[in-house]
Write a protein that binds this ligand. Structure first.
Ligand code: ADP
Ligand code: MG
Length: 263
């Protein structure tokens, strides 16, 4: 793809400018600028405690910024509640899954469909039928998405599933909501290498269908294989931005991950 084609198909869906979050004396996120473009994957990486999850909590409306601006499709969404952002298609998964106990995976995703019963890109992508009102048709669509994501045990109570699988159920729930911005907090944690490779391929397919994806991921091989751009956080601040190849040879990034190297 040429540069001009990329510019024509990718547009900034969500941007953050000067994003800052303080918890008492701790500045968890400090003056962060971020641009999430449609049809592309931005990886957010950094050591534990760098502020990655806090960025996702700010962008999804779970936390109010101490300072800074968040825009969606050009308009300010600062101060919007998570459900209002979800209605715009700003959907997320959690590092520690937040699923409703007592429901199966199939029921969880079916409910997600009910909450966002509009023309979902997931229908186009997975070739599932069009707009429905009937419960059994919703369930069929939920099952199709769960199958595409390789979730087994769709009738098992969600909290009884392995944590890695619970994250995939959250991903399925977000996908059926028709995401325009998809915020994924370590979706690959707890997956084995073959599951992780399947997730990487799925993320490319998802991004190609339109949403702007923010991916928090520790495995650099996954980041290298799926990310269009990488933003590196350390102690709440952006220390590098660039292509995966650029950031992986950045001195500040190497130091943040490995500590100062003796020569
Ligand atoms: P990461 O996801 O990169 O590991 P987090 O965003 O979870 O980092 O945390 C960044 C810093 O903010 C950490 O020092 C963490 O302890 C702190 N922190 C996160 N959430 C809260 C909170 N709700 N209250 C107080 N401190 C918090
Ligand atoms: Mg985190």
């Amino acid at each position: 793809m040429t540069g001009t084609q990329v510019e024509a198909t990718e547009q900034a869906m969500m941007t953050a400018h000067g994003l800052t979050k303080r918890f008492g004396n701790l500045t968890a996120v400090s003056n962060v600028d971020l641009e999430l473009r449609s049809s592309s994957i931005t990886a957010l990486i950094g050591p534990n405690g760098a502020g990655k999850s806090t960025v996702v909590n700010l962008l999804s409306g779970l936390l109010l910024p101490s300072a800074g601006e968040i825009r969606y499709a050009g308009g300010s969404v600062r101060g919007m509640h998570p459900y209002e952002l979800a209605h715009l298609g700003v959907l997320r998964t959690f590092q520690t899954p937040r699923l409703c106990p007592g429901l199966s995976a199939a029921e969880t995703v079916t409910l997600g469909l009910q909450a966002h019963d509009r023309n979902s890109w997931a229908r186009a992508l997975f070739h599932t039928p069009g707009l429905h009102k009937k419960e059994d048709e919703r369930r069929a669509e939920a099952l199709a998405v769960l199958e595409e994501i390789d979730v087994e045990g769709v009738d098992v109570e969600v909290t009884a599933l392995a944590v890695g699988t619970q994250r995939l159920v959250e991903l399925a729930r977000a996908l059926v909501g028709g995401p325009t911005v998809l915020l994924l907090d370590e979706p690959g944690a707890g997956l084995d290498p073959s599951e992780s490779a399947a997730l990487a391929a799925l993320l490319r397919k998802i991004a190609a269908s339109g949403p702007a994806v923010l991916l928090i991921e520790h495995d650099m091989s996954v980041v290298m294989s799926v990310a269009d751009r990488v933003v590196v956080l350390d102690h709440g601040a952006v220390i590098a931005t660039g292509t995966p190849a650029e950031v992986s040879r950045n001195e500040a990034v190497i130091e943040a991950y490995l500590g100062p190297q003796e020569s």
